[in-house]
Design a protein around this ligand. Structure first.
Ligand code: HEC
Length: 136
């Protein structure tokens, strides 16, 4: 095979990876959020406070970055255009999500197991409140 043809094939082969933009990345992070929520629920039963704190901190750190993964014009099937009409409110909802996740991490680190179930419900509420307003 001549070199230019090989180069062309390589470019075509690598293109999808190069195109993975904010939409794909945020969807992957939201999927990870779901897994972290499930992990926390089952780790409560196991009494694994360190594991709970770790998953909660992962949710909090994604909440911190979330807004940056919604640049103007990054509409998707899942993301409502209302996000960009109310971006301050969208950021407030991400901040509330972060606070709810940090609360779980703090409870777990303090060994306050009995309160984690309620805090997990509150965290789920903060996911739903954003989805209700901004997720299609
Ligand atoms: C501030 C708003 C906001 C918060 C908070 C939020 N989400 Fe989302 N979520 C979205 C939006 C918007 C989408 C759609 C993104 C897209 O498709 O481009 C989404 C998509 C998702 C998806 C679908 C991902 C996919 O494409 O398969 C899951 C699962 C999800 N979120 C779970 C969660 C969980 C769990 C939490 C709480 C721990 C959470 N989200 C908190 C706004 C939010």
């Amino acid at each position: 095979m001549r070199l230019p043809a090989l180069f062309f094939l390589l470019v075509v082969f690598l293109m999808p990876a190069a195109q993975a933009g904010p939409i794909e990345e945020r969807q992957a992070n939201f999927k990870a959020n779901n897994q972290a929520m499930r992990a926390i629920a089952s780790l409560i039963g196991a009494g694994d406070m360190a594991g709970i704190a770790q998953n909660a901190r992962q949710i909090a750190s994604w909440a911190d970055e979330m807004a940056a993964y919604f640049p103007a014009g990054s509409d998707s099937r899942g993301a409502s255009p209302a996000i960009w009409q109310n971006f301050d409110d969208f950021k407030d909802k991400a901040a509330a999500n972060k606070a709810a996740a940090l609360r779980i991490a703090e409870l777990a680190e303090a060994g306050q197991k009995a309160e984690i179930g309620g805090a997990l419900q509150a965290l789920g509420g903060s996911c739903k409140s954003c989805h209700f307003a901004y997720k299609n």
